[in-house]
Each structure stands twice: as C-alpha cells, then as structure tokens.
Write a protein that binds this ligand. Sequence first.
Ligand SMILES: *[C@@H]1O[C@H](CO)[C@@H](O)[C@H](O)[C@H]1NC(C)=O
Ligand SMILES: *[C@@H]1O[C@H](CO)[C@@H](O)[C@H](O)[C@H]1NC(C)=O
Ligand SMILES: *[C@@H]1O[C@H](CO)[C@@H](O)[C@H](O)[C@H]1NC(C)=O
Length: 256
Amino acid sequence: MRACLLLVLTVWLNTKDGSGARSSPCALPPSKWCSSLDSAFQCGVLKQCLESNFTRSHEAAEKVSLGLYYESLCPGCRQFLTLIIFPTWVLLNEIMDVELVPYGNAVERHEGQKYTFQCQHGEPECLGNMIETCVMNKSRNAFQIIYCMESSADVIKSAESCAQIYDPELNWSSIMTCVNGDQGNQLMHLNAVKTASLVPSHQYVPWVTINGKHTEDLQEKAMSSLFTLVCSMYQGPKPEACGGSHRRFKSYCHNV
Ligand SMILES: *[C@@H]1O[C@H](CO)[C@@H](O)[C@H](O)[C@H]1NC(C)=O
Ligand SMILES: *[C@@H]1O[C@H](CO)[C@@H](O)[C@H](O)[C@H]1NC(C)=O
Ligand SMILES: *[C@@H]1O[C@H](CO)[C@@H](O)[C@H](O)[C@H]1NC(C)=O
C-alpha cells in the first residue's frame, strides 16, 4: 500500500528519457518550483506541488483582497508591510491577494506630456515608489522584492540586490528604463488616480481597503489582527493555517 506515491514517481520516471532526472540540479527559486512537473520533480517537491494544485482547483471562493495605499519611506507603512502584511500573505496567499499602491500623500502636477511628483518624504521616496511600481509591472515576485526592500536598512540601495535574490531572471536595466522613462511616469500617474478615487478619500497612510472597502473598523482589524480578519472573511473552506476543519489534500501511504 505504500504504492501510491511510488506509483506517481515511477510513472513519472518512466516517462523520462532515461537520462536520470535526479541528476538535473534544481536551480529555481521556490516560487517557481511548482511551475512544471519537471521542475517540481527536480526540486524534490513533486508531491507537495500536485497537492497544492489539487487544493487550489477545489477552492473556488473569491480570495480576500487587501489594498494597501502607502509610501515607500513612511515608517508606519514599512512596519505594517514587513511585520504584518507580508508574513500573513506568506501563510495565506492561497486565499488572499495583495494590491500595493505606492503613492499615498504625494502630489502630482501635469507638465506638458509628463507628470511630476512631490513626495511626503522627499525625492528618495518618489524614487522608491517608482522602483516598486516598475517592479510590480515587470516581476511576478514583486511582493517578495518589495518586502525585501522595505525590510532592509536602505530601501533604495537594496532594490537591485533584492531583485537579484527574488527574481534572478529580471533584467534590472529594464526596471531602470521604466523608472526613468515614460512608462514609469504613466504607471505612477495611475497610482495617483487610484489613490484619488478612494471612497472615502484617504486621510493617512498606511490606508487599507478590504475587498475594495475602507472602514475604520476594517482598518483597525487589519492593523491589529490581519491574519484573523482574512481567515474570517474568506468564504471558501478554511485552509489549515486558519485552524479550519478543511484539511489540505494529503496522500499518505501506509504499510498493511
Ligand atoms: C500546477 O498548476 C499550474 C497551473 O495550472 C501548471 O502550470 C503546473 O504545471 C502545475 N504543476 C504541477 C506540478 O502539476
Ligand atoms: C505594465 O504596464 C503596461 C503599460 O505601461 C501595461 O500595458 C501592462 O499591462 C502592465 N503589466 C503588468 C503585468 O502590470
Ligand atoms: C535589458 O533591458 C535593457 C533595457 O530595456 C535592454 O536594452 C537589454 O537588451 C535587456 N537585456 C537583456 C539581456 O534582455
């Protein structure tokens, strides 16, 4: 009866060309391990990837979506993002989406074809906001990179090495081209528009929306117990991390 996992692996091995998949090293970051059967096998997580794909396909409920309106150098934003939102997302990303909008209390002016921006914590903050905006446009691991930047001693100096760590394939000069060019300018304008269209309009940062809504109660709960809030708002079967009865699919194989 220990057959089932072995069967999966054996079938898998038999579909290989016999060159020995085990010898191919796993050279991918964890976020990419499950992206194909090959990579899952090479990285030694085939079983976990199949399970998590199975779980995902059985959880149809809408994810809880958290919107964070913030500024890259605002101390309270950095604490909330790095100490609460990111760790919660690591545990609950299967039932939770995070949308980051770095802009906050900045002010925009339209000058010719371009927009100019003034940021609450000066030029460096405008640069930090812009780097994070371009990273979100170009990397699938943007949240990890932004977390790394915000949790480091120097948000801006750390940016390139954070990108190298969390998205080795990302071309850093394409980020800087975005930062210094029209694309970044347009994307930052969109952040300004999103921020300006908040209802009610924001009075401070970090400013939180849950499923697009902001109330004082939601803000308070998000900042004091985000994990509990997300677990309680999720409409689907609660994942194990929430302490729910819904267990993840697990394939144990027992001796008889
Ligand atoms: C998991 O699902 C994704 C998206 O449906 C798919 O591309 C990937 O190959 C699957 N991974 C495994 C290990 O089955
Ligand atoms: C990146 O920005 C361009 C506009 O400059 C937009 O068309 C595209 O959809 C964005 N991509 C992502 C992944 O946000
Ligand atoms: C990286 O991006 C820059 C600027 O967009 C581009 O000129 C260069 O060809 C890219 N390099 C690679 C290896 O894709």
